[in-house]
Design a protein around this ligand. Structure first.
Ligand SMILES: [Mn+2]
Length: 233
């Protein structure tokens, strides 16, 4: 049984993903888990989906996968393409093969890894709510909590990880930051590769729990973006 390798938001940055897999010496024994948003904004979304598919990776659904899947579902319901998709997502949609679509359709909203004491989600969890009862829009889009503990999509007052105290440690993406978000019971690994930041992985040995904040760097690996692929920040 190999290691567990968790990777942040790739957003079509295929070369950086390949470099990161090389850096952590990815092996076919390892379990590969991506926190979602494989697609959109970057240079090669279809290539990233194809690579993840060929490696048998577990992909947690991100808001960008959800957007594509919602659009496709609407399109199948009426030929006039119900559901709005902007030109960028439309281009991604046109590049995906049937196998890619099936792979995206099979993505899950969360993953429970009891052997590491971990939950994996794309965006976040509401403190005190069991994983299976977390609302999908929270799992897909939350960045922070408001004053009354309500989920906020925008980076608001308090990142949700500041108010979350387990029991499981949560690995998440979605909230791009220059450095990984380190909380006692949560780690954010979206380091904004597509915005010219870096792509980050957490690598755990079999059964290894996530180390405390003071030692968490020992399980985190990053590669720099080759360039800024999208927008400014
Ligand atoms: Mn996202």
């Amino acid at each position: 049984m190999g290691r567990t390798i968790l990777i942040g938001d790739v957003h079509g940055c295929l070369e950086e993903l390949q470099k990161l897999l090389d850096k952590v010496r990815y092996d076919s024994d390892d379990r590969l888990i991506l926190v979602g948003d494989l697609v959109a904004r970057g240079p090669n979304s279809a290539g990233v989906v194809a690579l993840c598919r060929s490696l048998g990776a577990t992909v947690i659904r991100g808001n960008h996968e959800e957007k594509l899947l919602q659009w496709r579902q609407g399109k199948n319901l009426c030929e006039d393409s119900c559901g709005f998709l902007g030109p960028m997502h439309l281009q991604v949609a046109q590049e995906l093969t049937e196998e890619d679509w099936s792979f995206l359709q099979a993505t899950q909203l969360f993953c429970d890894l009891p052997e590491h004491g971990l939950w994996v989600v794309h965006a976040g969890v509401l403190p005190g709510v069991p994983l299976a009862q977390q609302p999908p829009h929270v799992l897909l889009t939350m960045r922070s909590l408001g004053e009354l503990g309500e989920p906020l999509v925008k980076a608001g007052s308090v990142p949700w990880g500041c108010r979350y105290f387990g029991p499981a440690h949560v690995i998440f993406g979605h909230h791009a930051q220059p450095r990984p978000q380190l909380h006692p019971f949560a780690t954010g690994i979206d380091t904004g590769c597509v915005y010219g930041g870096s792509l980050t992985a957490m690598v755990l040995d079999p059964g290894q729990p996530v180390p405390p904040i003071s030692k968490r760097d020992s399980v985190l690996y990053s590669v720099d973006a080759l360039r800024r692929w999208f927008g400014g920040r």
